[in-house]
Design a protein around this ligand. Sequence first.
Ligand SMILES: NC(=O)c1ccc[n+]([C@@H]2O[C@H](COP(=O)([O-])OP(=O)(O)OC[C@H]3O[C@@H](n4cnc5c(N)ncnc54)[C@H](O)[C@@H]3O)[C@@H](O)[C@H]2O)c1
Length: 452
Amino acid sequence: MKITVVGAGYVGLVSGACFAEFGFEVICVDKDRLKIDNLNEGKIPIYEPGLDSLVNQGVKAKRLKFTTDLKSSIEGSDVVMIAVGTPTRRGDGHADLTYVYESAREIAQALDGYAVIVNKSTVPVGTSRKVAEIIQNTRPDFIEGTSFDVASNPEFLREGSAINDFIRPDRIVIGTNSEKAQKILQKLYRPLYLIETPIVFTTPQTAELIKYAANGFLAMKISFINQMADLCEKTNADVQVLAKGIGLDKRIGGKFLHAGPGYGGSCFPKDTLALSQIAASYNVKCSLIDDVIQYNDQRKLDMAEKIIQAMKSVTNKKVTILGLTFKPNTDDLREAPSIAIIPQILKNNIAVSIYDPLYYLGSERLQHALDYEPELKKTQFEKSAYDAVKDAGCVVILTEWNEFRALDVEKIHKLMNTKTTPLFMDFRNIYRPEDMTAFKYYGIGKTSIETL
Ligand SMILES: NC(=O)c1ccc[n+]([C@@H]2O[C@H](COP(=O)([O-])OP(=O)(O)OC[C@H]3O[C@@H](n4cnc5c(N)ncnc54)[C@H](O)[C@@H]3O)[C@@H](O)[C@H]2O)c1
């Protein structure tokens, strides 16, 4: 079976490398020539644990190729996957489908025989239909159902654990009205039958909505525990114990119940906005999702306010931020809480030093992303957590990188060198308050800011 993947970004590259690992012949096509040149030289454009060796294995076995030439790669393909970006459309919160439609037109022009066009990008309900229409209009000689079919196969991988998520998914969702397409996609995912991965076969519109509903629900779960954390702080309760207490209930489940500074990343913010817009366009009330969006935006600003308030009690007017990205094991800065929090701190004439493991290791992607965040450039980037905390009044853990889990807190305390008791604000609840008595310690949903 031959697969062409259009878009060699996070989803396209990981999917392509994994399908090649399953033994299929895969060509990843991207219009970004530099990305393709780099991939052909063995350079991986994103930081994702294990991806470099998986890609290299696929290339070595000659099952994985990279090109900018869609026409020649589509030749003889059984499956053509669309894995291009669907960012938020400027101004209205809808998903921008420009890249999806553009790829549908380009695929149509290149088709030379029957293929299933699979939409892996996260797209609003009705997009599969629209893609089929574009293909039909671009190639009137190609008849839907005979010369091509369109299916929806949303992707649920998470950055930072993308390969494991792809190879051992909780489920596969396939939305198509065509039996022929269903059989081909069943064959594509056959390697996962061995581990008994459940497959949900459904219509394209249900598959499209499943993806948004999943991300909407997870964003809601995070926002719920964050609100409970606010309540715990006021009532002298402990959100981690609360999360355990409710998470052990199988109807609730313990995952996604970690209080923090608000969700970020390339998916939840844009997908919740798009879900809200989809509902509005059908005149359906999805007020839960609207509340989640509003609350999460405000939460990031509230976290900045907590830091600013706490800083009133220390002499050294410098804050050290540990971790920039929205989660560990990724160099993705999109919508990270740090982008909202750091400018607020700077506005209050408080200096900021930063240590992020991937920035220090020279992630080009992270450095490039920072070009679009001029405020963050007004800070001092350091090469270790210990360099960053020198003479700081406050340390804030924003991202739970593994290397922040066992910091030498005595050394940090000494390096901070402040006349007043230094602050340690743990936005990921990595440390135990009883081990941090040398500091004024703040743990989310554990400590009231007023008592610091
Ligand atoms: N990143 C994630 O964790 C994740 C997880 C699940 C689903 N998704 C969804 O998957 C889709 C892709 O996301 P991503 O993070 O991989 O995006 P990305 O921005 O990392 O990559 C998209 C790639 O598509 C390429 N591209 C755009 N138009 C093209 C065209 N016409 N021909 C060839 N290449 C083209 C771009 O150059 C880019 O390299 C989105 O809809 C996203 O919501 C993402």
